[in-house]
Design a protein around this ligand. Structure first.
Ligand code: SF4
Ligand code: SF4
Length: 468
């Protein structure tokens, strides 16, 4: 019994694309054809239009998306986020991770097959170029084995050149998300010496993309990607995955025309294996290498139609679906993840909704106690920093909210915060001696733009030790 299990599961002891000597087994998948592949192609086209088009969309002259890590400038959906808003990012990341976990528990790796940039660029851009230049999988295999004759040199050089051009385009777009399309444009219009840093980044990104899509390929999904590695803990018997219906398919055997079929529906044509871009046999069961690309679903459906059997031998299904013919249902794990995700999402929405256009930091100047002033007043010195998270200059005033006193800026008459920038300085708060009844008085200060209150700051005022 144990011998049978270890034999049946022995494929799990090795990576499908590495041989016994540890050498890479190059995969030459056949060109997929079918309804799901067509649907994925259209979806990928929409995805590519958005990916390449988004950096060019501007709101009030600014990119709608910018993730400038070096200068710590972030614009999402036209809204400026400063490093001070980082807690929103952090929470957004937590929500995203819980969402990914929940999504995977329910739908398996459907993201990998349909929306992951790696799959879209590999299967829908680079692979298509490869099919166009070198032909289908078997021809590519023959070409790889062939000596370096004129045909091979022309095809390989053509492919490398095409791959390099596409990698260069992706690198430009990627860079535009990081530094903005205007900076990338400068690289084209201005002398190279003025933009040497941008040029180096662009060259490095281009080389990385070229290397990934020419050589690394499916290894990114099967060996490197951490999301792929997490499948073992996220998937359960109710997760929907691309699955082979072994109940229906086994015992497999060749199809013989005009002969009654007394065995399973799998005709052992191996078309599902031949189209697989990760080089696995889905009939072995759920495997970490499977990116749920559905190429095997299309290939098997085509064969089933050709021999007059029912399609769906390989389909989206859960293990329980296949074994017990049980309809899909919500499990306790899915319900628990959903509750956590709704809670986190609620907090995130609240944080985004209550986020103000002007961020304020007000701290008492370190090392300073209170100062005695004429006219029975005392003062505290503060350092302020006001951030403008919009694309227009803002003039603001600070007004006492819960105390009778005055606020005086040091060296400034008015507070003008430049667009997408900040202003900082020092200020005094003066309060009548009678109003300071304890060592530390809590103050509230309103930040006004015209008559509109846009923020409220809380701070404290230090009084003498020995009074009350
Ligand atoms: S087994 Fe099927 S779905 Fe999974 S990667 Fe291979 S072809 Fe794609
Ligand atoms: S394509 Fe379908 S019929 Fe052919 S080997 Fe794969 S599972 Fe069996």
């Amino acid at each position: 019994m144990s011998t049978n299990i270890s034999t049946a599961e022995s494929f799990r002891d090795k990576v499908a694309t590495v041989d016994k000597k540890g050498k890479r087994i190059w995969v030459f998948p056949h060109r997929p054809k079918g309804k799901l592949y067509n649907l994925r192609s259209w979806m990928s086209l929409a995805y590519l239009i958005v990916f390449f088009g988004l950096p060019f969309i501007k709101v009030a002259g600014h990119p709608i998306f910018l993730i400038n890590v070096l200068d710590r400038r972030f614009i999402l959906f036209g809204q400026i986020f400063w490093p001070q808003d980082f807690f929103i990012f952090a929470l957004g990341m937590v929500v995203f991770i819980v969402f990914v976990a929940l999504f995977t528990v329910v739908f398996g790796r459907v993201f990998c097959g349909w929306a992951c940039p790696q799959t879209i660029f590999m299967e829908m851009v680079f692979r298509k170029i490869e099919y166009w230049i070198e032909g289908d999988g078997p021809q590519q295999k023959l070409l790889a084995k062939a000596p370096w004759n004129t045909d091979k040199v022309v095809k390989k050089t053509g492919k490398w050149l095409a791959f390099w051009i596409v990698s260069f385009l992706i690198a430009n777009t990627f860079l535009a998300y990081l530094i903005g399309v205007d900076e990338v444009e400068k690289l084209i219009t201005e002398p190279l010496s003025k933009n040497i840093g941008t040029f180096v980044s662009l060259s490095v990104f281009t080389a990385v993309f070229f290397f990934v899509y020419l050589l690394m390929r499916e290894q990114i999904c099967t060996v490197i990607c951490p999301y792929g590695r997490m499948q073992g803990v996220l998937l359960d018997r109710d997760s929907i995955i691309v699955a082979y219906d072994y109940k229906r398919g086994e015992t497999r055997g060749k199809f013989h025309k005009n002969e009654p079929r007394a065995i399973g529906d799998c005709i052992d044509c191996e078309q599902c294996v031949k189209v697989c871009p990760t080089g696995i046999d889905i009939r072995n069961g759920t495997q970490l290498e499977c990116t749920n690309c559905t190429a095997c679903v299309d290939a098997c459906n085509k064969m089933m139609e050709a021999v007059g059997l029912q399609t769906g031998l390989i389909r989206y299904a859960s293990e329980n679906n296949i074994v017990n013919k049980k309809p899909w249902q919500l499990t306790w794990r899915m319900k628990a993840y959903s509750i956590v995700m709704c809670l986190l999402l609620g907090i995130l929405v609240w944080l985004l909704a209550s986020r103000t256009d002007v961020g304020v930091t007000l701290l008492r100047t370190p090392g300073q106690l209170y100062q005695k002033q004429p006219n029975h007043q005392m003062s505290n010195l503060y350092n302020y920093k006001l951030l403008n998270k919009t694309f227009r200059d803002k003039e603001v005033t600070l007004k006492p909210e819960n105390f009778d006193g005055t606020i005086k800026l040091v060296g400034e008459n008015k507070l003008v915060i430049p667009k997408d920038g900040y202003v900082s300085g020092s200020m005094f708060i003066y309060i009548n001696n009678d109003a300071v009844k304890r060592r530390k008085t809590n103050l509230k200060i309103g930040v006004y733009e015209g008559k509109e209150k846009i923020n409220t700051i809380s701070t404290s005022f230090l009084g003498p030790f020995n009074e009350n």
